[in-house]
Design a protein around this ligand. Sequence first.
Ligand SMILES: [Zn+2]
Ligand SMILES: [Zn+2]
Ligand SMILES: [Zn+2]
Length: 270
Amino acid sequence: MPYKDPAVARAKARENRLRRRVEKTCVECGAAFYPGQHNKIQCLTCWNLNESTLTKFCTGCKQRKPLGDFASGESSCRACRKAYNRQHRQNNSDRLHAQKKAYYETHKEQYAAYGRYWNAAHVEQRRYNERKNRLAHLERERARGREKAARRAARDPDRSRVQSRRWRAEHPDRAHAIDARKRAVRSAAPIVDRVNRMVVADRDCWTCQICGEPIDPTLTYPDPGYLNIDHIVPLSRGGEHSYANCQATHAQCNAVKHDKIPVEETTHGG
Ligand SMILES: [Zn+2]
Ligand SMILES: [Zn+2]
Ligand SMILES: [Zn+2]
């Protein structure tokens, strides 16, 4: 126990006695009362209601509310405190912002250190967050990428052309898929899937769906036998760009079929 000067204690007790002798008005019912040991804003009758009804009088909205609506030791309910805090932040936004900024300026090193620590300790979480943000702003990111690429191409068209050709050579499947999509967009065909050539070829067991002969996966562009993805109902005739409407064919078979739709072919073939 800390030492208490008896004289100071006596003075304090007298002060309290005097304060209790002053009549007050109950915030809840308006009755006059002398503040005792319970609390200093309500009469004893109202205060006793707290335990018998498991409710409490909120000084903010002036209503009795369940005890659960109050944080411990608070005389206004959570909703009122929330509203008050929001208002307070709004009224003092400039000052609070300046305060925060000043604190940041003087604790920059700590912030940076904590950031490094957090990133190192939460590799998975950070990746997840980055991915989530990217997905949430996918269109914006893509537009940015396109803008950047366009700027670069305008700056150095030759280099950009060479790079594009090299990328296409390295990623023939993705290049073909992009071309197919572009064609679909151009002919205003409905794009249902992002069609991957290899998936179609595997599904069709590397067999030409027009002539029935196998397709050699090692053949590439100028060879007439290389893999082509054919739209069963051509895009130009309202076919959709989807896995259901795509089939694997030889390049030459596809060229022969050209823009005929299957019905015409079967009638021709007998
Ligand atoms: Zn009262
Ligand atoms: Zn309230
Ligand atoms: Zn064929």
